[in-house]
Write a protein that binds this ligand. Structure first.
Ligand code: EPU
Length: 431
């Protein structure tokens, strides 16, 4: 059933929400469970459609994947097939991180090549180049990639690309190298906390990995890995989204469980805009509205995250003055701009740089979510707008935010999830 969100803008959000586990850690960690026949227990797993989808793919590959309790999953891959199901893999780009796990466990893998998506072209050339550097034979045929790792050995592998290092490419390399004979040095490794979380799980499974969190990760291959129990780190992007909601509504929101250190670039820009930020062990709090425009440029971690670009643009709309956004990770990730303009936003897009003239009144409008983070940004803008905002294609939101509207409501927002049939037909766009 298609659903929509109806937001009535107005009052400040106040109160506390607890961060869930990070989606972008959960997905590679679930894939890593394929590296062992032992039992992997993951805790703090967010309840998201992407997570359920990954579990379905794991089952197709022959693993048992069961949710034992809210947030707790048990995965056991006694047997694994090297062929990923085309129809499923095609639907979720993040499933590309199965490649490294299969190469590690079975020394071979077959996977449909992911296409581009609405945030722009998303090649996997660096993933494949990395596997080749390990000595894998990589063959592209009929839209699929086949990897044969029979001759693989530890090597020096550079994961840097024109847009910086690749996060899931680094995850793939580290997973494959964990069970590849010899020592692998990953240069220009992604430094994202989600990579460190993956390395933490792999170490619990018996892998020998050092250097994660820096640009050089060293992996000494071992013969086999075993079961482990691991709690996933808090979702920094989800936390940032709730903090943005506080700023947009001139509110006061505390995100419990959030790690300020993982959000330093974002919090720095919020403070520069005049939002009050307070943090301590296990919490981050944002209060008050932005008082001036600020410029941001997205970059790989520890830079400003591209996954908070759309939400921060919604904050910039409420800041008096001129702000700019330079998107340096996905130069085309601006689908939300046209929808925000429908709400009265003054944004000019010039290549990969958007100029926002903030502080002008926004008015509620029917808008269309194009991707996960854009849908969150539209809901945030709706909180700051006069009147009713309707967001269609809510399924994008459910890929990455657990019970988003319910949790916004707990902070005082007027947000409802409704069947699309309850949206006035005069406002509805064809889906
Ligand atoms: N790139 C290449 N070649 C490659 C791989 C990447 O040119 O082989 C380019 C990409 O096109 C992009 C840049 O390198 O311009 C960085 O892409 P990266 O590979 O790091 O992205 P990813 O690992 O596929 C993860 C997150 C994304 C997040 C990016 C960047 C997961 C499941 N996904 O994707 O999350 O935007 O890192 O931080 O971890 C989201 O959660 O909304 C989301 C899109």
């Amino acid at each position: 059933m298609l659903e929509v969100a109806r937001i009535i803008g107005g009052g400040p959000l106040r109160g506390e929400v607890r961060a869930t586990g990070a989606k972008n850690a959960a997905l590679p960690l679930m894939a890593a469970a394929l590296l062992t026949a032992g039992e992997i227990t993951l805790r703090g797993v967010p309840d998201l459609s992407d997570v359920r989808f990954m579990a379905e793919i794991l089952r197709h590959l022959g693993a048992e994947a069961a949710q034992l309790a809210p947030g707790t999953w048990r995965i056991r891959a006694a047997q694994v097939s090297h062929r990923t199901p085309y129809e499923l893999v095609r639907k979720m780009r993040a499933s590309v991180c199965l490649l490294g796990a299969l190469v590690g466990r079975l020394a071979r893998a077959e996977m449909a090549l992911p296409g581009g998506c609405v945030i722009g072209p998303r090649p996997i050339d660096l993933h494949l180049r990395g596997l080749e550097a390990l000595g894998c034979r990589v063959v592209l045929e009929s839209g699929a990639v086949a990897v044969d790792a029979a001759g693989a050995r530890g090597a020096e592998v550079d994961m840097g690309g024109p847009m910086g290092s690749t996060v899931l490419g680094t995850a793939n390399l580290v997973m494959a190298a964990s069970l590849t004979r010899g020592t692998t040095r990953v240069l220009n490794a992604a430094r994202e906390p989600e990579i460190s979380d993956l390395c933490d799980l792999l170490r619990k499974m018996g892998a020998k990995i050092t250097g994660d969190g820096t640009t050089i990760i060293e992996v000494e291959g071992v013969d086999s890995l075993h079961g482990a129990d691991h709690t996933i780190i808090a979702d920094r992007i989800e936390a940032g989204t709730y903090l943005a909601a506080a700023a947009i509504t001139d509110g006061d929101v505390t995100v419990a469980g959030a790690e300020a250190g993982h959000l330093a670039a974002f919090l720095g820009r919020m403070e520069a805009a005049g939002v009050r930020i307070e943090s301590g062990p296990g919490f981050v709090r944002a209060a008050g509205r932005p008082s001036r425009g600020v410029n941001v440029a997205t970059e790989a971690y520890p830079g400003f995250p591209t996954d908070l670009q759309a939400q921060f643009m919604a904050v910039q709309l409420t800041a008096p003055g001129v702000s700019t956004v330079a998107e340096r990770v996905y130069p085309h990730r601006f689908m939300h701009v046209a929808e925000l303009q429908r709400m009265g936003a003054d944004i000019r897009l010039d290549g990969s740089v958007a100029t926002v003239r903030g502080g002008k009144p926004l008015s509620g409008a029917p808008v269309m979510a194009s991707d996960l983070r854009a849908s969150a940004a539209l809901i945030l803008a709706g909180l700051a707008a006069r009147g009713e905002t309707w967001v269609q294609r809510l399924y994008h939101l459910d890929r990455g935010y657990e019970r988003f509207e319910e949790r916004l409501r707990s902070l005082g927002a007027d947000v409802l999830r409704l069947p699309q049939s309850e949206m006035p037909s005069s406002l509805r766009s064809e889906d």
